[in-house]
Design a protein around this ligand. Sequence first.
Ligand code: SF4
Length: 375
Amino acid sequence: MRFVDEYRDPALARALSAEIHGLAAGRETVRIMEVCGGHTHTIYRHGLEDLLPPEVELVHGPGCPVCVIPMGRVDDAIAIAEHEGVTLATFGDMMRVPGGRGTLLEAKARGADVRMVYSPLDALALARREPDRHVCFFAIGFETTAPATAVTLRRARDLGMTNFSVFCNHVLIEPPLRAILETPGLRVDAFIGPGHVSSVIGSDRYRFIPQQFGRPIVVSAFEPVDLLQAIAMLLRQRSEGRCEVENQYTRVVRQEGNPRALEAIAETMEEREDFEWRGLGTLPRSALRLRTPFAAWDAETLFALPGARIEDPRACRCGEVLTGQLKPWECGVFGTACTPERPLGTCMVSSEGACAAYYAYGRARHAPAELPARA
Ligand code: SF4
């Protein structure tokens, strides 16, 4: 397929694999965290672990937007959806994330009007088609998806919409990375930086990682050859005694990011004082809320929300998976009480979740022998 084949070329992949083996031979094991769930998905879909030497270990990071949403925010969304005359619009994955009162899909089964959309502009179009209903968009995601929400808010303002709002849950990538880097006993030696987020914020934003924490980072695209090249670049830095930010995804990511996208975010949103993350606790200045001029479209202003903090189920170990401390198959309920059909934790919901990626592609290799075979 044009534009993709060259990034899935077996000969290129084998050459990079050979280079990685050469760079790793005789050296200490290096633990590399792929920050983005999209990378996790590629790694297991294409079996990249099989191309790496034992001295290179991949661990998963917090960059799956669905996975980091805490149960309390799901309950808030359910509360909005249960209002008379309100339609809650959100991405398909979000409908299956468990909260304290079940999922949005279950709320829909009880009679709430919950609908799946592909973008915030779809939700706005829904509001224009159905002027007798109030449509609230449940916005999630890192800086990657925040610009689309920002553009939608501008459009809602320009159209003078009175039956549309946004429940803003956009989060920022730097605070969870800092939290992971400040974890006592951290066992991550290097990072593969998220490609999509970086296309908005730029690669320069990661300078604090080598400068303050002494770890290299390479921003990477999402195809197998991209990821192998990023791993080779990290190992080359180690061999040459360098520790810096490098950009493998030069076809999309610029050092300074995307100024127009950043401008749209800055006009419509500002940092919250704090925000609860699944598995990471409450992190200061780690998420976005709508700015005061957009209060007329802010669901947190328009609706009374429970705002409760709800503990994850005791068996759920998503927090450790999201911070690279645990591999999915090491969670006691992986593939048994927690499956993509009936997820207990968020990492099993989205295809970008590490547990879902292992379940779909890697469990034959890692899962306990007693697990049933996939149909
Ligand atoms: Fe969370 Fe389920 Fe993964 Fe366990 S198997 S860490 S409960 S998503």
